[in-house]
Design a protein. Structure first.
Length: 347
């Protein structure tokens, strides 16, 4: 029944999931705002009575996104004629989005939920043995950090949020029996766990593969990810171009899935990027085997294999894989055994 809700829309796009609907339109003038309101009244709102349903105006939300927030101010009404309240943040399918397209608010909420769940688990279960604690983490806390992470996880240079997210797992592993005297990276190796950042970057790579193999829809019909296949370079993801000037869209662009995931994909060896026709599980096994050759040393446990001009270390695959020894190991098929020389690099 709800499939025909967005039929004949000319000035907007409706996205639907279960009984939730989001209507999006590009507004750059008062005339376009009026056209949008007219389309809401005549197409979206009229759909309710025609299908013997009533739209709940109390749940309507208005989010204005763009660099011209103060230039084009428009108000819209619900089916009852009441003004729809404009908000700075809205939550859609459990993910909080701001009117500046930043994920800071959502990351704060994720960290808070993960800490609450971690504290609850440590209070509820008295055991601190390795296997039960790993099971508790994997089943109760980690899903909070994983949910929809390809969309909101920090970009490689967002060190503040990377460290805050990593701190949840760092604190939990410190409480496990037998981990005394080990730093965070050593604890992860002993527990056979990935850092939060490495796990989230792995999810992005897997989703890129699904898009390439057309197992999931592309991120956009008009501005979706594109792939190029060039001889010795292999299958690469076309990285969106950077703006030539600074504006408020730069932060959103740098943190976007399109930019961060494309960079991660292009960092992989050609043998992985050229894989096609395999199931997701088969690709996952090959990817995991490859990532074992890329050391997983969180920023808070070592000076890192990648140091920028300000002395900040990075554990992102896009940075660590630039280390000559790591790059050679990933291409030659050798596993990482530790002890690689640190080298200065610049963001």
């Amino acid at each position: 029944m709800i499939e025909d809700l967005d039929c004949d829309l000319l000035h907007s796009v409706a996205s639907k999931y279960a009984d939730d609907t989001r209507v999006t339109a590009k507004i750059s003038s008062q005339e376009e705002a009026q056209c949008f309101q007219k389309e809401l009244d005549e197409k979206i709102y009229a759909w309710g009575p025609a299908n013997n349903m009533k739209l709940n105006g109390e749940k309507f939300e208005h989010l204005h996104v763009g660099h011209n927030l103060n230039q084009v101010k428009s108000s819209y009404t619900d089916p009852s004629g009441n003004i729809i309240v404009e908000k700075d943040h809205i939550k859609d399918l459990g993910v909080t989005l701001s009117n500046r397209l930043t994920w800071t608010r959502h990351i704060e909420e994720v960290i808070s939920k993960a800490r609450i769940m971690s504290s609850w688990a440590l209070r509820t279960f008295t055991t601190r043995k390795k296997d039960p604690m790993a099971t508790i983490w994997n089943s109760q806390v980690r899903p909070v950090l994983d949910y929809c992470s390809p969309l909101w996880s920090p970009c490689p240079t967002d060190f503040k949020n990377i460290d805050l997210l990593e701190g949840v797992q760092r604190a939990f592993t410190r409480r496990i029996e037998g981990m005394e005297g080990l730093n965070y990276a050593q604890r992860l190796k002993e527990l056979k766990m990935n850092s939060v950042q490495r796990r989230q970057e792995r999810y992005k790579i897997l989703y890129i593969y699904k898009i390439k193999e057309q197992l999931v829809p592309n991120i956009s019909d008009t501005h979706g990810l594109q792939f190029s296949q060039r001889g010795r370079h292999g299958c690469k993801c076309v990285v969106p171009s950077y703006p030539l000037y600074q504006n408020k869209a730069v932060t959103a662009r740098n943190s976007s899935f399109a930019l961060t995931a494309s960079s991660l994909w292009n960092t992989l060896p050609r043998s992985i990027r050229n894989i096609s026709g395999l199931s997701v599980d088969s690709f996952k096994r090959k990817l995991d085997k490859q990532l074992k050759k890329c050391p997983d040393e969180p920023r808070c446990s070592a000076i890192g294999l990648y140091i920028d001009m300000h002395g900040r270390s990075s554990n992102s695959i896009t940075h660590v894989a630039k280390n000559p020894q790591v790059k050679r190991n990933m291409e030659d098929g050798e596993d990482y055994v530790g002890g690689l020389p640190r080298w200065p690099s610049f963001v």
